[in-house]
Design a protein around this ligand. Structure first.
Ligand code: SAH
Length: 396
């Protein structure tokens, strides 16, 4: 394939050499030379010296990803196959684990190809394409999965059209179509998954360790409130862990049916669980008025959300969200504060926590901390990719 030299601004060169994998928009001198999504570009300095090789793919994050530091590397089928093989090999233990049949097989730049993730759902492979550029290599990726795995089927989500928004279309690529929902397992717990219903499949694998510890250690005999509950994943694990009762709150209408379904496939009596379709901020007001108190409160908001009455931005409003939660948490109760917002780090997140407790004159202890599980491989040189932050806080 023809390769194009692209000049990089001096001040970005060191960073790239040190392993930063993203080709930042502002780093490029010859911006006009980026013509075709998926083109292979050789990044050069002002003396035409080779720095790294990558592909052009427009994402909100940048203009593509570095693929190699070897000038002679050819970006062909072999290249993609090797990377995917390496990723699969590093997760061999997960393929063997019968208690957990859903995990991430390939995590973008963490597995050395940015803009691409592949998830495994009990024999089904789901590819996420984050730019048109990486999508140009799709036939190599399909073939690599064909050569390396015994898939039941491959599905895909194109997450790049219409300004990064997901566009509804047939997600099936090849194999035998699944009969959805398929039921996967996570640490022995059932989960109904839809690979053919828009961008969201029903659960977020990156919270696997958090869900498990809730079930094993924090739920027994507790009155649990799960806010921003979506399909109720945390509630299911809490109920199976022996919670006295769970209350799931989410604004989206679909959440009731989806949460019922997850309870039912785990034989949980839904009469004992509350599922409330409402704005979380409205629910907090209601709970305060009714003097409701919970032993375990889970906060897992999106980074940004707009409802009729409230706008929530994790980087601005997390402390306020916590204050609301603190007011309805029992003494010695636990708040699980989670965020997937990549614009602040754990240190900053803990400042939000501290602010909320000190402004409400409460004391606290941090008793657990989680970040991404091991199948969500990250590049240490690219800190932004380590987005997940979960803190278990005990209200004293
Ligand atoms: N905790 C979930 C994932 C949350 S996804 C899980 O473990 O699977 C974010 C959810 O927040 C979405 O389902 C969305 O409908 C909901 N949401 C966004 N703003 C909200 C609000 N103001 N009140 C209640 N739910 C909200």
């Amino acid at each position: 394939m023809k390769e194009t030299n692209i000049r990089i601004k001096q001040k970005y060169i060191d960073k790239i050499k040190k392993g930063y994998p993203l080709i930042e928009k502002d780093s490029i001198v010859d911006i006009g030379k980026l013509r075709r999504e998926g083109m292979i570009i050789n990044l050069i300095d002002s003396n035409n010296k080779f720095i790294a090789k990558g592909y052009f793919g427009r994402q909100n994050k940048g203009n593509g990803w570095i693929l190699s530091y070897d000038k002679n590397e050819i970006i062909d089928y072999e290249f993609f196959r090797n990377k995917i093989e390496e990723a699969i090999n590093s997760r061999k233990h997960m393929f063997r684990n019968e208690e957990t049949t859903a995990f991430r097989v390939f995590n973008g730049e963490g597995d050395n190809i940015g803009g691409l993730t592949i998830d495994y759902y009990d024999g089904y492979y789901l590819i996420n394409w984050y730019s048109e550029g990486i999508y140009m290599f799709r036939n190599h990726i399909y073939k690599a999965l064909e050569d390396l795995t015994d898939y039941k089927a491959i599905y895909q989500k194109k997450r790049f059209s219409a300004g990064g928004k997901y566009v509804e279309e047939d997600d099936f690529v090849i194999g035998v179509r699944g009969n959805f929902p398929i039921v996967v397992k996570e640490n022995g717990v059932n989960f109904a998954v839809y690979l053919n219903e828009g961008a969201m499949v029903g659960f977020f694998m990156d919270q696997r360790d958090v869900r498990n510890i809730i079930k094993e250690k924090y739920a027994k005999d507790k009155n649990v409130l799960n806010t921003f509950s979506y399909t109720g994943a945390f509630s299911v694990f809490a109920a199976l862990g022996g919670a006295m009762k769970t209350t799931s709150v989410d604004l989206a209408n679909r959440s009731r049916k989806k949460t019922m379904e997850q309870f039912q496939i785990n034989n949980i009596n839904t009469d004992e669980q509350d599922i409330i379709v409402e704005d979380v901020f409205k629910y907090f007001k209601y709970a305060v008025k009714k003097h409701l108190l919970f032993d375990l409160v889970i906060l897992d908001p999106p980074s940004f959300a707009k409802s009729k009455k409230f706008t929530f931005s994790a980087s601005k409003d997390y402390s306020n969200l916590l204050k609301e939660a603190i007011s309805i948490t029992n003494k010695s109760g636990i708040i699980i504060a989670s965020t997937n917002c990549s614009s602040f780090n754990m240190k900053r997140f803990k400042q939000f926590i501290d602010k909320a407790f000190s402004e409400t004159y409460n004391k606290y202890d941090i008793i657990e901390e989680f970040s991404l599980p091991c199948d969500f491989r990250i590049k240490p040189e690219y800190k932004e990719s380590n987005y997940l932050k979960v803190v278990f806080i005990k209200k004293l």
